[in-house]
Ligand binder design. Sequence first.
Ligand SMILES: C[S@@+](CC[C@H](N)C(=O)[O-])C[C@H]1O[C@@H](n2cnc3c(N)ncnc32)[C@H](O)[C@@H]1O
Length: 330
Amino acid sequence: MMVDDASGAWVVEVAINAAGPSPVEWTEWLWATLGDRGLVGIAEGEVSVSEAAEAGLVGSELVIDAAAAPRARDWVAELGAGPFRLWFDSETAAREAADALRVRSGCEVRSVGWQPRESDDAWRAGFAAIAVPGFGSVLPAWEDGQAMASAGDATIFIEPGIGFGTALHPTTQLCLAAVREWGGADGGGGRVLDFGSGSGVLGIAAAVVRADQVDAVEIDDAVHTAIRQNAARNGVTDRVAVSRYLPASGSGYDLVVANIVADVLLAHARTLCGSLRRNATGRPIGWLVLSGLRTEDLAAVSAGFEALLATQPRQTERDSWHCLVWPGGD
Ligand SMILES: C[S@@+](CC[C@H](N)C(=O)[O-])C[C@H]1O[C@@H](n2cnc3c(N)ncnc32)[C@H](O)[C@@H]1O
């Protein structure tokens, strides 16, 4: 029986034995075996950060996941076990696949059933406007209105669900407040580097409050389209360029903002500091804003960047997450 795939799908849930092939090998095998037999999607299960920490894959239960990170950096994919949900375009395909999987060692078929798709309205009801202290508001993309920035307030629109950066996370909020402060500082226009752009929220905010050119750098190609769509929703398409790679040192940015885990920040410290606009004596006059930092990261990240910038940062904090701000000089 064929089904209306807009209303749902037939789903086979399978538990994978941790001692067997890796999730990546399983995924490849499943597509090779069932791809032309009605398989339309694979969900690799949900793994909590606590489980990843217990498995020794991340140092802290509070680490920020890179969302849909490329395979080489996807610690969730490194876990040896987990439920797979296989989506099929018909009941027949689902039941035949379940029979084939039942005789394969290393996996256990847990269930076969129809799963209705959540309606758009139900999904959207889970998102609301977010008031960000020191910035203004971040609204879901489907809300009415236009992005704007005035002396005391800013409003931007972001599509939730694709790429980290709905503005719910404290680190995004700390960066947004710093971006807004930069926007209100002397001077109009300006060039901005948004390193680890996710949904594009920080670079788009910078464009709305002041910048006339933003380079949004995001390693995960899968969210590049979302960044462009978010830029369009905020009316700043012509000011936001999306790339996978950091520009070379010496780019002369008026603001560099990076909300990424400490290791990545430190690995790119020299390039990020070298990208700031400098005055005639070579002193950085662009602003640097770093977040994604737990308390235990502060000393190392602060010291690493202080050594390159020869000044101490200001610190802001929310819910035990931290942000370091080096406001540019004259
Ligand atoms: C914590 S999210 C921040 C997203 C958004 N800027 C915000 O503040 O909400 C970090 C982002 O950095 C990206 N990322 C991690 N390592 C990166 C790298 N080496 N180069 C570019 N992007 C990277 C991740 O894929 C993720 O989208």
